[in-house]
Design a protein around this ligand. Structure first.
Ligand code: NDP
Length: 291
């Protein structure tokens, strides 16, 4: 193996430490804690674990955590009513509705109901539009975490060729916008892309966000490239990413492991967005350079 391992777990822990310091300053200035509300509908075990971990991380950062659970057969109107209550609650700075939602509930309608200025997941179309047009808004947590890791590893990203595999609204598309903002030359590949290996081969930065175990082969990677593996796939061998780790690590300059790469950054960035929201809503200034 020649690649440097990008330690997302350590980077995220340090970020959470910096966030906790700013939370303490906020509490002194505003006489309350930043608050994150998480809504879980149904009993999907993976979602329940995510929600529990988010709650724990929120409390550990010194923030207030509000957890709401609705039954799997809850009606869309029940979820919308809860979202409206949270929109109006002054103690809540961030609202996150855990996805996926049960089939009787239209995800898009629920996400649209969240106040864009409390939308710390950054999934509301208003925030997607703000990101696309370079305005100040909330950026989805996973792509934000990817860019932080890339900048930590590479410094200035200007002029680098980035290939993102996956075009979802929560990872691929917002990441493309962020990397354009960092002056990368960006290609977004997807299931209809032809000759993916040739496209990946020219990339200085490869980000895989597909959901298919080890589909990005080591021989596709340009020597020295930086590889960010967003994928989380449960296999007989445990959790693996979308990149063939051993193959890619023998040619890449740097690579994120799965687990321990992008995953921990997602929760840290959720806390970051909640902190930013709390400062904005309280009319206080947050020095972003401290994060
Ligand atoms: P989606 O299923 O929404 O999107 C997958 C994307 O991959 C689609 O754009 C799809 O193309 C593309 N794709 C599918 N097959 C191929 C193929 N053979 N070649 C090229 N592209 C292909 O997934 P998400 O974006 O939500 O998640 C992607 C992965 O990241 C998952 O493993 C997920 O678990 C993980 N994830 C990890 C997070 C973390 O915190 N680490 C957070 C969020 C997600 P098309 O659009 O044409 O269908």
């Amino acid at each position: 193996m020649s690649a440097q391992i990008i330690d997302g777990k350590a980077f995220a822990a340090a970020l959470r430490g910096r966030i906790a310091l700013q939370v303490a300053s906020f509490r002194d200035a505003a006489a309350r804690a930043p608050g994150l509300a998480v809504v879980l509908v149904g009993e999907d075990p993976a979602s329940a674990v995510y929600v529990r971990n988010k709650g724990k991380a929120t409390l550990a950062a010194g923030m207030a955590s509000f957890e709401y659970r609705l039954p799997a057969d809850a009606e869309q109107a029940d979820v919308l009513a809860l979202v409206q209550t949270l929109n109006a609650d002054p103690a809540v700075d961030g609202i996150l509705v855990q996805l996926p939602l049960p089939p009787q509930i239209d995800e898009r309608v629920v996400l649209m109901a969240i106040d864009p200025d409390k939308d710390v997941d950054g999934f509301h179309p208003v925030n997607a539009g703000r990101l696309a047009t370079g305005l100040y808004g909330f950026v989805p947590c996973t792509p934000l975490g990817c860019v932080m890791l890339l900048k930590e590893q590479l410094g200035d990203l200007a002029g680098l060729e980035a290939v993102i595999i996956g075009r979802s609204n929560i990872v691929g598309k917002p990441l493309a916008q962020l990397l354009i903002g960092e002056n990368c030359t960006v290609t977004v590949a997807h299931s209809k892309t032809r000759d993916l290996s040739t496209i990946v081969k020219r990339a200085d930065i490869v980000v895989a966000a597909v959901g298919r175990a080890a589909m990005i082969r080591g021989e596709w990677i340009k020597p020295g490239a930086t590889v960010i593996d967003v994928g989380i796939n449960r296999t007989e061998d445990g959790l693996v990413g979308d990149v063939d780790f051993n193959g890619a690590a023998s040619v890449a300059g740097a690579i994120t492991p799965v687990p321990g790469g992008v995953g921990p950054m997602t929760i840290a960035c959720l806390l970051r967005n909640t902190l930013v929201s709390a400062y904005r809503r309280a009319g206080l200034k947050l020095d972003m350079a401290t994060l």
